[in-house]
Design a protein around this ligand. Structure first.
Ligand SMILES: [Zn+2]
Length: 410
């Protein structure tokens, strides 16, 4: 590399650099050109290698952008729905959400503006990449500061709804990615059709899975609150329990439908058995956890250690404001740490960065500070980070006390 080219680079130097893919650096530096990271290392070595490049000193910590792997931007206008004290089951929360959506006379402009405000809030909190799921195409976010991948979500449990959805999907432009809502709301035929379309077009597939015990009871035994809910909603009895279900449970059913592979993200995953976790891990599929939403809806805690033991690195998502008033990935990290104190903060931070980037197939650009990845990354500053003495302390401090106000974009 020529010296003149090197002199056009910019060096960011900080007391701490968290590359994620390698060990935390004390007095580290990141070198960038106009678009990408060119080098990462301890400052003394970087200064030797790039003696003519200008240096910006950043008190605090340099780290990669966060990845929010599950949100519903179209719901940003509503605020929280049915606080837990008024909702005694998952079905009553879904009923409340549907009532709010169906009875509101909101304009598309209002929905879009609320979504744009949410994108801005996510950006200011350090989110650089996001997976958005919605039942309506509310607008174009191409000029957004956050890279947003939007999946149009479809559902239909009856034969009529399935045929209607398949016809609608065939009329959508190929570039519009589609996905399915959940196994309980989407017939096996529609699940297969959606996944086939995703595979043909090289697009991601995302599915809410095992969010509540009621969902598992429906799918495995035909019990819980969902049979009545689905009867009320569709006018016909549900087709569950899944015929011939065995120890592989719901994930086994999804695998038989061809849904479980490296381009699939299963969201929530609160109630999975060991065999189901093993199938997901072996297939290269991804998991996205939403601890804030799970807490709001009182659906339980995920089996995080069991997932890590199988080699999974889950992604993190906020879900929408209707089930998570905070919509803040820092809060998701802090809550996960509180619920799983024995899981290291390093792993939890990796989930919010590398886990998300991998799940979306964007790890070549996001997820870590490495050569070739984006030069858009974060500088966080807070007096709490000034007094830490080790990488472990630093990561613990970030995960437990990190907050959007401390974030600046570089
Ligand atoms: Zn969701």
């Amino acid at each position: 590399m020529s010296d003149s080219r090197k002199s056009s680079f910019q060096i960011y130097r900080a007391p701490w650099v968290i590359p994620v893919a390698s060990r935390v650096l004390s007095d580290g530096a990141v070198v960038v050109d106009s678009q990408n990271i060119v080098a990462v290392g301890v400052y003394s070595e970087i200064a030797n290698e790039f003696p003519d490049s200008p240096v910006i000193v950043c008190p605090g910590v340099l780290l990669p952008a966060l990845v929010n792997a599950h949100i519903h931007l179209e719901l940003s206008i509503y605020g929280e729905v049915c606080p837990p004290e008024n909702c005694y089951s998952m079905c009553s929360w879904i009923r409340a959400l549907l009532r709010v959506r169906e009875c509101s006379d909101l304009t598309m402009t209002g929905i879009l503006k609320a979504a744009q405000r949410m994108v801005q809030k996510q950006y200011e909190s350090g989110v650089g990449l996001m997976l958005d799921i919605g039942n309506t195409i509310i607008g174009n976010f191409d000029s957004s500061p956050v890279e947003i991948h939007f999946l149009y979500e479809m559902l239909g449990s009856t034969q009529v709804a399935t045929e209607r959805a398949i016809k609608f999907m065939a009329e959508l432009p190929v570039v519009q990615s589609v996905t399915a809502h959940a196994p309980y709301s989407t017939s096996p035929k529609l699940l297969e059709a959606i996944k086939n379309r995703c595979s043909q077009n090289g697009q991601l597939f995302s599915l809410h899975l095992a969010e509540s015990i009621d969902e598992v009871l429906l799918l495995t035994r035909g019990e819980g609150c969902f049979p009545e809910f689905l009867r009320d909603r569709t006018g016909s009895n549900s087709n569950f329990p899944i015929p011939g279900i065995d120890s592989t449970a719901v994930v086994g059913y999804l695998k038989n439908l061809g849904l479980v592979n490296a381009q699939s993200i299963f969201v929530h995953c609160v109630h999975l058995n060991d065999k189901e976790i093993e199938i997901i891990a072996e297939s290269g599929s991804h998991v996205c956890l939403c601890p804030g939403s799970n807490r709001f809806l009182s659906v339980g805690k995920v089996r995080l250690q069991a997932m890590l033991d199988q080699g999974l690195l889950p992604a993190l998502g906020t879900d929408s404001i209707t089930s998570n008033p905070e919509v803040d990935l820092w809060q998701e990290m802090a809550l996960l740490k509180k619920e799983h104190p024995r899981v290291s903060s390093e792993v939890i931070f990796s989930m919010a960065t590398m886990g998300g980037a991998r799940s979306m197939g964007r790890e070549e650009v996001y997820g870590s500070l490495e050569v070739g990845k984006t030069a858009r990354f974060l500088h966080v500053q807070d007096e709490a980070y000034d007094t830490v003495h080790s990488p472990e302390e630093l990561l613990d401090c970030l995960v437990r006390k990190g907050h959007p106000d401390s974030v600046k974009w570089l």
